[in-house]
Design a protein around this ligand. Structure first.
Ligand SMILES: Nc1ncnc2c1ncn2[C@@H]1O[C@H](COP(=O)(O)OP(=O)(O)OP(=O)(O)O)[C@@H](O)[C@H]1O
Ligand SMILES: [Mg+2]
Ligand SMILES: [Zn+2]
Length: 371
């Protein structure tokens, strides 16, 4: 049996063009390589799992490639690229500052920096989680960073830019990595599903993408988890079950009931939701998000802000057509005050029920106000 490799590792991007959602950074780095204007120190900042380490490795590989493509990508065939791919390159060093944060670890590294590369033009030092270096290590490093030999390039990566001291910041070219958009994550997962021979519903993939909260790595881990549970078919339902997420169908129904002023059915649905073990506060937040999506559908200019699967978009648009903007705004007001008072409420269930009753009364309320 072949060894199982988690998707996050199996699908680490190997070229600038396969990086998802970081095109500005990729373009800037490519330009710098092409024009021979590379900085000697970079700082890659951004939240976890958005491609910092991957980009650092791509940069390292590309600048040492002896046969770069016209599109400024590594060839993957030259001696340097092959060594890199086999993890045997002597021109790239990776230091994980989370586990090697002492001054000795940095001294070891500094000692090596002086020696010229044996293959390729540059020696690249990737220091991950650089904010974890001890103060002594930082200080030892500062001198090297100030006057590095021509062949040395430092790529520092961190999730916590605010912890980096100004003396380091001012010596680096800083790149802020984006969180990855839900739609981009979903599209990426779709491609991986095809490669893995998995039949995946795009609604399910969108749900995973939402849950990943901007981190591509997280989305891949969740994907693996669900595939190991559900096998070769990944449905919306299987993702719901696995992630314990509330089906958006509930929200659609609740808005329908609010429009029909049907308090009884709204309360019954909420009962069902609580029965399934869902948290009331999360429910209020989810319902607010739903109303927000409806509001977005009201104006074609904001349609792009709707981050849901293609199939569901029409459902949102249909419901949005049946409800007017004023109604939505009132509903958002009710839900937002429920959200703020939730934590301090003694009877949280009643608070949510009260909100649902208010939602069912908005229509009447607005009609009364009409002249
Ligand atoms: N922008 C991206 N494009 C394509 N794949 C990505 C991207 N970001 C993350 N991934 C996936 O997630 C994995 C981990 O990414 P990477 O190690 O580059 O993230 P990171 O930003 O360094 O995260 P951390 O802050 O946790 O170190 C990669 O192997 C890849 O599968
Ligand atoms: Mg990293
Ligand atoms: Zn090459």
């Amino acid at each position: 049996m072949s060894e199982f490799v988690v998707s996050a590792r199996k699908y680490r991007p190997q070229t600038f063009d396969t990086l998802v959602g970081q095109s500005t950074i990729a373009k800037t780095l490519k330009n710098a390589i092409q024009n021979d204007q590379l900085a000697q120190a970079f700082l890659f900042c951004g939240s976890r799992g958005v491609g910092k380490t991957s980009t650092a490795r791509i940069l390292a590989k590309t600048i040492n490639c002896t046969d770069r493509t016209e599109n400024v990508e590594a060839c993957g065939k030259c001696e340097s690229c092959v060594a890199f791919d086999e993890g045997k390159s002597l021109s790239v060093f990776e230091l994980d500052a989370a586990s090697n944060n002492g001054v000795d670890d940095i001294r070891n590294l500094i000692d090596q920096v002086r020696i010229a590369p044996h293959l390729g033009k540059y020696k690249v030092y990737i220091i991950d989680e650089v904010h974890m270096l001890s103060t002594a290590a930082f200080n030892a490093f500062l001198k090297t960073l100030e006057e590095p030999p021509k062949h040395a390039i430092f790529i520092l990566a961190t999730t916590e830019k605010h912890k980096i001291i100004p003396t380091i910041l001012s010596r680096c070219q800083i790149f802020d990595f984006n969180r990855i958009k839900v739609n981009d994550i979903a599209t990426h997962l779709q491609k991986i599903a095809v490669k893995e021979g998995i039949d995946a519903e795009s609604e399910g993939l969108h749900l995973i993408a939402q849950k990943a909260d901007g981190a591509l790595r997280d989305s891949l881990s969740i994907f693996d988890q669900i595939v190991s549970f559900a096998g070769k078919t990944l449905t919306y339902k299987s993702v719901l079950e696995n992630l314990h997420v509330l089906d958006y169908d509930y929200y659609f129904r609740l808005v329908d009931y609010a429009l029909q002023e049907n308090i009884a059915n709204s309360l019954l649905i909420y009962h069902e939701i609580v029965d399934h073990g869902f948290d009331g506060h999360q429910f209020i937040i989810g319902l607010s998000e739903h109303y927000r999506n409806l509001l977005i559908c009201k104006d074609p200019k904001t349609h792009a802000l709707l981050e849901v699967a293609e199939q569901v978009k029409n459902r949102y648009k249909e419901q949005a057509a049946a409800i007017d903007a004023q109604h939505i705004l009132r509903a958002l007001g009710v839900l937002s005050s429920t959200d703020t008072s939730y934590k301090s409420a003694k009877n949280q269930r009643l608070l949510v029920e009260l909100a649902l009753m208010q939602l069912c009364s908005i229509k009447q309320e607005l009609e009364k106000k009409k002249p």
